[in-house]
Design a protein around this ligand. Structure first.
Ligand code: C2E
Ligand code: CA
Ligand code: CA
Ligand code: CA
Length: 274
């Protein structure tokens, strides 16, 4: 009887209708937000592991949904992906980040690129267009991509990365260690940097096995002779550990949460005044 009940549930479930309605409403609001420029960017400092100075920022999109408050990008990016909004959203983020970072000549700027953008054959063209329009030095721009799409389309991924690199931008592999990539396989893509996923950093001071796991993952990334960033650093112990393991760049709440652009400008001004 229980099984039958469950089977019927999958045929009609009013809660699913409510979910769908909420999703549609969210999608509509997101469309409006993109069109009317209501998305903003926060910037999280990237810290040089040896000097402990900020040498870059990662741009992270923010949406304050009217009547609801802030919505996490982990919620609305996947919706943008499946509803055809990711292109407009991605273009906004890239342009805004480059425009803003133009005033921070001492910093590099990392921008997240989702599979839906990366898959678009015109992506390289629009990166070229934004670089030209904003007049930012291409070497200061890093595009961060995750491994999900690469595994499905290794050939096309390699070609896209090659094309993008001819523009002068850098390419980083984001969230390394959260999936299942084999390192030999990653070698072919020519990444300029690898970012170790927060989930590996989290438990590093809790158990030896988690510490070993992190150390092994960093060592694996470094075996490609690529610089490695550790993200999600929340404590001094974590910062010390990842530095010891060989990460040259650190990112996390321990140093700074993502902040508005003005805050970054203030930090740079304070530093220049020293
Ligand atoms: P991500 O690229 O891995 O970005 C890092 C996330 O970790 C950010 O969450 C950041 O606020 C958070 N974080 C940084 N330091 C710490 C820390 O010490 N502790 C903890 N607990 N969290 C930390 P956020 O901004 O909510 O973004 C979540 C994800 O959404 C990003 O993960 C990225 O995959 C995606 N995303 C954000 N902005 C964009 C964007 O502009 N375009 C695209 N395509 N995706 C974006
Ligand atoms: Ca990222
Ligand atoms: Ca990441
Ligand atoms: Ca992530």
């Amino acid at each position: 009887a229980k099984e039958a009940g469950r089977a019927r549930m999958t045929l009609y479930d009013p809660a699913m209708d409510a979910d769908r309605e909420e999703r549609n409403a969210l999608e509509l609001d997101l469309r409006v937000a993109i069109e009317s420029g209501d998305l903003t960017l926060a910037y999280q400092p990237l810290i040089d592991a040896s000097t402990h100075e900020m040498n870059g920022v990662e741009a992270l999109v923010r949406w304050n949904r009217p009547g609801h408050g802030p919505v996490s990008p982990e919620v609305f990016i996947p919706i943008a992906e499946t509803s055809g909004l990711i292109e407009a959203l991605g273009l906004f983020v890239l342009r805004k980040a480059c425009e803003t970072a133009k005033q921070w000549p001492e910093l590099r700027v990392a921008v997240n690129v989702s599979p839906g953008q990366f898959r678009n054959p015109a992506f390289t063209d629009y990166v070229r267009y934004v670089l030209k329009q904003t007049e930012i030095e291409a070497q200061r721009v890093t595009l961060e991509i995750t491994e999900g799409y690469m595994i499905q389309n290794p050939q096309r991924t390699r070609q896209s990365i090659e094309r993008l690199k001819t523009l002068g931008v850098k390419i980083a592999l984001d969230d390394f260690g959260s999936g299942f990539s084999s390192i030999g396989y990653l070698r072919q893509f020519g990444f300029d940097r690898i970012k170790i996923d927060r989930s590996l950093v989290e438990g590093v001071t809790e158990s030896d096995s988690q510490r070993e796991m992190l150390q092994a993952t960093v060592a694996l990334a470094r075996s490609l002779d690529i610089p490695v960033t550790a993200e999600g650093i929340e404590t001094e112990e974590q910062a010390l550990a990842v530095r010891l393991f060989g990460c040259d760049c650190l990112q996390g709440y321990f140093f700074s949460k993502p902040v508005p652009a003005d805050r970054i400008t203030e930090m740079l001004e304070a530093r220049r005044a020293l």
